[in-house]
Design a protein around this ligand. Structure first.
Ligand SMILES: [Mg+2]
Length: 271
């Protein structure tokens, strides 16, 4: 069994640890250069603030609803991430740090009837030791643990176990294919042309057909959804294949001179 532990609105939660009065209020964190919203509290999401929206487009909402706006503080988030990961390490023999706010844990030593309470324990301990709220999804494969994590986010307990085949089928029946780990927008569009829209549609498709029509990656995803584990924990993190340094404007720019000035400034500084 695998657990996927995912920090809720991670950057916002980091800011809230040091400013607890922001609990229950709309909060967003902006990308470098204060361009776009990259982390949103539930209250901010409820106001219709979308992921990645530029600040100037939501100025009115921010003013009207007194949304608390933070510039990003990546050294703080990196430090909080290490604390979360160190806490998780005490609860499992093996851990894969998947991203700054997500990790897979090996729970194969936990008896099935204790999985839910173990998930709740992980959530409580991380909150207690670091102040960061997390959601815990548990399943027999990494892909199903991801699905369980989606469900956990909607569950007041913040924890969801998908172990029983009947329950798994019930969840996959309404789970959009696009939200499955590794299936992007393009693939889900292609799949829907074959009449496949939910995760269960993919589970029920013939593996040979998936392999022929798509590729081995999607075949593996289908197997994982059926409960056959194909992806193991990667405890040694593979080196990053790409790195991006980006800048965006905090306000709409229509003057060529302003644009030229900004581009030459950044070209100069980051040469
Ligand atoms: Mg997260």
């Amino acid at each position: 069994m695998f657990a996927l532990v995912d920090c809720n609105a991670f950057y916002v939660s980091c800011e809230r640890v040091f400013q607890p009065h922001l609990e229950g209020k709309p909060v967003i964190v902006l990308s470098s250069n204060d361009g776009c919203a990259i982390s949103r509290s539930n209250e901010a999401k409820a106001l219709g603030i979308k992921m990645g929206v530029p600040l100037f487009k939501i100025k009115d909402i921010v003013q009207k609803h007194k949304v608390h706006v933070f510039s990003s503080n990546f050294s703080l988030y990196g430090d909080m991430s290490s604390r979360v990961m160190a806490t998780l390490k005490t609860m499992s023999s093996s851990l894969e740090i998947y991203s700054v706010d997500e990790a897979f844990l090996d729970l194969s030593l936990v008896p099935q009837h204790e999985l839910f309470s173990q998930g709740c324990h992980i959530k409580t301990l991380v909150k207690q030791w670091t102040g960061i709220p997390v959601s815990v999804g548990i399943g027999p494969t990494k892909t199903l643990a991801k699905v369980a994590n989606h469900m956990a986010k909607k569950n007041p307990s913040g924890c969801c176990v998908l172990a029983d085949p009947q329950k798994i089928e019930e969840v996959l029946k309404t789970f959009p294919l696009q939200d499955i780990w590794g299936i992007g927008y393009q693939w889900s569009k292609k799949l829907s042309r074959f009449g496949m829209n939910t995760a269960l549609d993919l589970v029920q498709a013939e593996l040979g057909w998936i392999r022929k029509t798509f590729n081995i990656v999607l075949t593996r995803t289908a197997l994982e959804l059926k409960g056959t584990s194909c992806l193991s924990l990667e405890e040694v993190y593979p080196p990053k294949k790409a790195m991006v340094s980006s800048r965006s404007f905090g306000v709409p720019v229509s003057s060529f001179d302003v644009l030229r000035e900004a581009v030459s400034f950044h070209a100069c500084v980051f040469r």
